[in-house]
Ligand binder design. Structure first.
Ligand SMILES: O=C(O)CCC(=O)C(=O)O
Ligand SMILES: [Fe+2]
Length: 423
């Protein structure tokens, strides 16, 4: 069971200049609550130095203008109070298109926020320079470069570290490889979907509709240029229609609302739905991530997805049963059950991006090679406790018995836990 978290109605959203790891763990990671880091967290990033330029006049061009005053005052009327109000001495910066042109050849996903397609926007992929050229001409006001895998495209390493470095409290990231590790760059299409480190660029008014993040992960998101407005829904409070489908645009909903200033970093907890609106021309950097304390939530998300996949191909089960009858494998498993379990796990891997083998390989790899130094992650016995909680759930499931590859990974995990308990 993943507990539902709510901020008490009279509480303030916390904003930290500095957040020691233990406080992050106890006050936010485990209770699963949002907060912001002040611009001090990003002050030294190359991206903030190079991709932003000061506003010369109040309105440089239509494309670079913020949302109109009247719209802004309606939107900002019921923003949730903060523990410390951010200073707004400086107007937000403007994007420096010439600095971004250095990445002009990279092929990036581009959403057209004027064209809804089901629960998303119509998207295509183009070289970044094509979008920059449109924006330089004052065109493409509804275009939103989303999920640009810059770090993966750069192959990780030093060049990426020169652009930005994730805040320390987010370095225990079990989803992406350690930030400095080399990863394979790609040239013709945007980088692999198995990378969760993104850049977003879009004019005022472009937005991301209501959603929650993949795998029950957290996200952190930093504004390099401009301000964003966030609508945050604690798990279970997200608006749905009469068929249980998520609403697309919830800007009128009464919920936690946060204006994220330039330079600030927001932490979005696991399973919290959110909608995000660019109030100015915005450039942001965000990562999805999870770590050992999130495992029960990630497990629950994968289990729910597993159930949906099994339901989706229920007809295949009877075909397999008819074909294999009562046959039994040498290891004692019923042949049809084993094949069915592999079938569903395969579909899960295609649909969700990973199945049970992927999940346990991830746990094993992160226990074997922790992504960060001991002071920036939970202690070994706490990590072991979080892992044991999901082990217990998994061992009570049919897949534990039916998927031998995952079973071998689980044995590795148990061995590593014994070692870590003994350490
Ligand atoms: O900035 C946006 O438009 C969306 C960001 C987001 O959904 C996230 O960081 O999880
Ligand atoms: Fe998100």
């Amino acid at each position: 069971m993943t507990p539902t978290c709510r901020l008490p109605a009279d509480s303030h959203l916390l904003t930290y200049d500095e957040l020691p790891y233990q406080r992050f763990l106890q006050d936010h990671l485990i209770p699963n609550t949002p907060f912001l880091l002040s611009p001090a967290a990003t002050a030294r990033w190359g991206a903030r130095r190079d991709w932003a330029r000061p506003r010369i006049s109040e309105r440089e061009s239509e494309l670079l203008a913020s949302l109109p005053e009247e719209e802004m005052s309606v939107l900002l009327a019921d923003v949730t109070p903060r523990s410390s109000q951010p200073s707004r001495a400086q107007p937000p910066s403007l994007p420096n298109f010439s600095a971004l042109a250095a990445y002009g050849d990279q092929v990036v996903p581009v959403a057209d926020t004027a064209q809804r397609q089901y629960s998303e926007f119509a998207r295509d992929e183009r070289p970044l320079c094509e979008v920059l050229q449109l924006w330089e001409k004052g065109e493409g006001r509804t275009l939103y470069v989303k999920d640009w895998h810059l770090v993966a495209e750069l192959g990780g390493g030093r060049e990426a570290s020169g652009v930005y470095r994730p805040p320390d409290c987010f370095l225990d990231d079990w989803l992406s490889p350690p930030f400095d590790a080399p990863s394979a760059p790609s040239s013709t299409t945007s980088a692999s979907t198995a990378d969760f480190r993104f850049v977003y660029i879009g004019p005022a008014g472009t937005f991301t509709p209501l959603h929650s993040d993949v795998y029950g992960s957290y996200s952190w998101s930093a504004n390099v240029v401009g301000r964003k407005l966030w609508w945050l829904f604690p798990p279970g409070t997200e608006p749905r229609d009469q068929y249980g489908e998520l609403q697309f645009d919830v800007r009128d909903a009464k919920t936690l609302k946060v204006v994220q200033e330039e330079g600030e970093v927001i932490f979005v907890p696991s399973g919290w739905h959110h909608q995000v609106l660019n109030l100015d021309f915005c450039i942001s950097i965000n990562h999805n991530f999870f770590s050992s304390p999130t495992l029960p939530r990630v497990y629950a998300a994968l289990r729910a997805n597993h159930g949906r996949c099994a339901e989706g191909i229920a007809d295949v089960m009877s075909d397999i049963k008819t074909r294999l009858g009562d046959a039994v494998l040498p290891d004692g498993r019923k042949a049809w059950e084993a094949e069915w379990a592999e079938e569903v796990d395969g579909l899960l891997a295609r649909d969700a991006g990973w199945g049970w083998k992927g999940f346990w390989a991830c746990v094993r790899n992160n226990l074997e090679n922790p992504p960060t130094e001991p002071g920036l992650r939970p202690g070994n016995s706490d990590v072991a406790g979080f892992v044991r909680a999901v082990l217990e759930l998994y061992k009570a499931s049919a897949e534990w018995r039916l998927l031998p590859t995952a079973q071998a990974l689980v044995s590795d995990v148990e061995e590593l836990l014994d070692k870590c308990g003994a350490a």
